[in-house]
Design a protein around this ligand. Sequence first.
Ligand SMILES: Cc1cc2nc3c(=O)[nH]c(=O)nc-3n(C[C@H](O)[C@H](O)[C@H](O)COP(=O)(O)OP(=O)(O)OC[C@H]3O[C@@H](n4cnc5c(N)ncnc54)[C@H](O)[C@@H]3O)c2cc1C
Length: 397
Amino acid sequence: MPELDDRLRLLRRQARGWAAELRPYALDLDRDPDVVLRLLDAPAVTCAAHLQIPAAFNPTPLVLAGERFHLTAARERVVFCEEIARGDLGMMLALPGASMSGVLVAAIGDRAQQEWFYGRLLERPTWTFFALTEPGGGTDAAGLRTRATESADGSGWRLTGRKRYISNALRASVGVVFHRTGDGPLGLGAALVDTSSAGFTAVAVPTLGVRGAQLGALTLDAVPITDGQLLGRHLSPMRRGSWGWQRTFNLLRPTVAAMAVGLAQAACDYVREHRRALRPAERDALARTQGEIEGVRRLTRLAAVAVDSDSGSGHLASAAKLRATRLAADVSRWALRCFGPGARLDQPLLDKFARDAAALEFMEGTGNVQRLAVAAALDRGAFAGYPPGVDGPAVDR
Ligand SMILES: Cc1cc2nc3c(=O)[nH]c(=O)nc-3n(C[C@H](O)[C@H](O)[C@H](O)COP(=O)(O)OP(=O)(O)OC[C@H]3O[C@@H](n4cnc5c(N)ncnc54)[C@H](O)[C@@H]3O)c2cc1C
């Protein structure tokens, strides 16, 4: 990294092939998020459902030319997610599997919780949800109000609260709910929840972009959970709360950056394929855009390597996410301009790319949140030595 080794090239080739199979359904999924339910036999979907399950729990990983892939490492996830998002970001977010919850369960779940969670995913293609954001402010995660209170009969806990903008909320059968059991940072926790539990309801939240992700709003009305569902019960309150969450978000952030790079590349590819007779100024703009994409791809891969070696080190991931999401928005809007005034209507796929790109800004912390993280890292000198090889050879694509 940032150049791919033979192993990661194998993964990229496979993901690129799957992305090509999924692309024809992109606009259908945009119109109807249930389209993914009709693709359950597609190899991309069945295989994705088993990815991101740690080796200890997954007897059927992806095997390519004798190499086993679990996608538990960020450097594998960025390669896979960039390619699938290059096919279609909506489809990437609509795939079943461990997704964000899987990373949290791997980080702070105990053995029994991991067996239960990953076991559910191995039974059949299963969607998961990750419920952190609440109405009125997702950025202030530590200010969340969903409560877990001990039930009067001592049989466990009751979860009560509301969540909003939760990906795959309506399709998921299992996921995690972030809550508090007490005041202050040590009162924060996360619990495994089965969506068939009493008191759990999910309704769709209409969106302009990434409709495939089918965002939802959750109401938790005294949802019963047991001690065994409280994630990280074997850890100190410090490690199961914001400390553990922060590490999980650091691991996830390069993946969002990679999706943004994939979307930017898709918009650039679209111009190359559909505007063959480019004027010289447009050719220059295309070359410049491709150069920018390669630079951000390089940064994203560096960020993945950095969090794989130290999950506490998230500043490169923040920088990558910030740059990549802005790039996706800029490139998709530039691509639309290449097709003139009626492009939003004449080029529906490109219009969709631009709508999807706008949503990336909010995933895994908004641009402002990443700016604050980058500024704090600059202040403590964490970027010393970066960017390495910025003037080096172009990253292969
Ligand atoms: C496609 C998509 C998928 C998502 N999936 C999930 C999911 O699966 N699970 C989940 O829990 N959430 C999910 N979200 C929600 C996402 O995490 C939130 O939208 C995000 O955290 C921002 O929260 P908010 O929308 O409430 O905005 P707010 O937190 O209300 O922020 C509004 C604006 O104020 C700015 N702002 C807020 N605080 C500060 C500050 N201190 N300094 C400077 N600026 C600030 C923000 O940058 C933003 O521009 C998803 C969102 C999208 C768009």
